[in-house]
Design a protein around this ligand. Structure first.
Ligand code: GLV
Ligand code: MN
Ligand code: MN
Length: 406
């Protein structure tokens, strides 16, 4: 393993140890570990010769001016936050790979003919507020008051958290608009099985599937578990169970549809009280936006029927919706050329997972490189990309950067 690749793997290990929990990896938006990881990244950016800044929303940025600092910058980046009990590659791989690519170019004595901005986003997963891309939406001017008012599990709004977590001190304000950047490119672990099936170390992403995130709340009546006759109960939990099974059935019957209930809350939450309220998150994805919307309506109608039959109230709240995004043809062509020079393949694949490019695509062309993921396993501590494959991903990034004109 070369020195640069070894350093990239060390940095990944280092970020993998920065966690809010002593026994598993978790770094949610603006948590102490998220902040520590951001400070670590700022230090590494400075090490590779970048000017560093942070935004008040926790996004960190390193700038390498290149030979023409006034030219439109190329944005590179990924995210520093993780899911709960995460693997160490999702997000962190993209950041450490860019640092390695820039070190490689520096060792080659190459100065790029345009500036590079490396962005480390503090929220891509959307674990804390159940709404995603807070970092990339922030730097592209897409955060609205409704999102800022969203509450976390402790009942704090994003606006309050931002003001109290200390990120305002010394913060720079940066915002990218349509036309002022040449594009955004991200390297990410695949989180699927396609590259493994083709036995290829890396590939180029053709597009990112659309996604809807919802919060579904069913409300009935709390009562005594020992005295309330079964036929008189308005128990929210069995109705939620029916709704969740209907979700799974619908997705199994419609290839392409992915539907997940990832979090459930039951109140009042005692074994001898009938559950008054059950709420659950719903994550629905499909490569075709019209199909996602249509099938979500089918599901909503079924859940409305269940709750009406059981005398419950239903709150069906759409928290976030993102249409599918097609990667830019120009950047994708350049990335495929670079991939071919490194591996001989021009493999393209779609992304079932969401990425910051979804938000950035509103203002700039986007492209992505995927690195093979062992068994396709992700959002799990056993998530793994082999150092040799990471090395291939870094070389593709280097080839891509070398090939771009001013
Ligand atoms: C992020 O990993 C997502 O796809 O939800
Ligand atoms: Mn990710
Ligand atoms: Mn993820």
């Amino acid at each position: 393993m070369g020195q640069i690749l070894r350093r990239a793997v060390e940095r990944l290990d280092c970020l993998g140890r920065i966690s809010d929990h002593p026994h598993h990896l978790v770094r949610t938006y603006l948590s102490p570990a998220n902040r520590q990881a951001a400070e670590c990244l700022l230090g590494w950016m400075a090490e590779v010769g970048m000017q560093t800044q942070h935004a008040s929303d926790g996004t960190v940025r390193g700038i390498l001016p290149g030979a023409a600092p006034e030219a439109r910058p190329l944005l590179l980046g990924s995210h520093l936050d993780t899911v709960i009990n995460a693997g160490k590659y999702d997000g962190a791989l993209g950041l450490t790979a860019v640092l390695a690519a820039l070190e490689e170019l520096r060792d080659l004595g190459m100065q790029l003919p345009f500036p590079v901005h490396l962005l480390g986003f503090s929220d891509e997963e959307g674990v804390r507020f159940q709404t995603t891309y807070l970092g990339s939406r922030g730097v592209t001017g897409q955060l609205d008051l409704e999102t800022a008012a969203q509450l976390d599990a402790a009942g704090q709004s994003q606006g309050i958290v931002l003001a109290t977590e200390g990120w305002h001190d010394g913060a720079a304000s940066f915002c990218y608009d349509e036309g002022n950047v040449r594009g955004y490119v991200e390297l990410h672990i695949e989180q699927g099985r396609v590259l493994e099936e083709f036995d290829e170390a890396a590939g180029v992403v053709s597009g990112i599937n659309g996604q809807s995130r919802l919060l579904v709340t069913l409300t009935g009546q709390a009562d005594h578990a020992g005295t309330t006759p079964m036929e008189l109960r308005r128990d929210s939990l069995p109705a939620a169970a029916e709704a969740i099974l209907a979700t799974e059935k619908l997705a199994r019957e419609h290839p392409g549809l992915m539907a997940t209930v990832g979090k459930i809350e039951v109140l009042p939450g005692s074994s001898n009280s009938i559950p008054q309220m059950t709420s659950f998150t719903l994550d629905v994805r499909h490569p075709v936006d019209t199909e996602r919307v249509r099938l979500l309506k089918v599901l909503e109608d079924a859940v409305r029927k269940t709750t009406a039959t059981r005398g419950l109230k239903l709150d069906w709240q759409l928290v976030q919706e993102n249409n599918a995004v097609i990667c830019d043809a120009g950047l994708t062509g350049n990335l495929c050329d670079a991939l071919e020079r490194v591996t001989g393949s021009r493999r393209q694949l779609a992304s079932g997972a969401g990425h910051d490019g979804v938000a950035i695509a509103k203002v700039a062309p986007i492209g992505m490189i995927f690195v093979r993921c062992r068994s396709g396993l992700s959002h799990h501590p056993d998530e793994y990309a082999a150092p040799a494959d990471i090395g291939v991903g870094i070389r593709v990034l280097v080839e891509f950067l070398k090939s771009l004109p001013r």
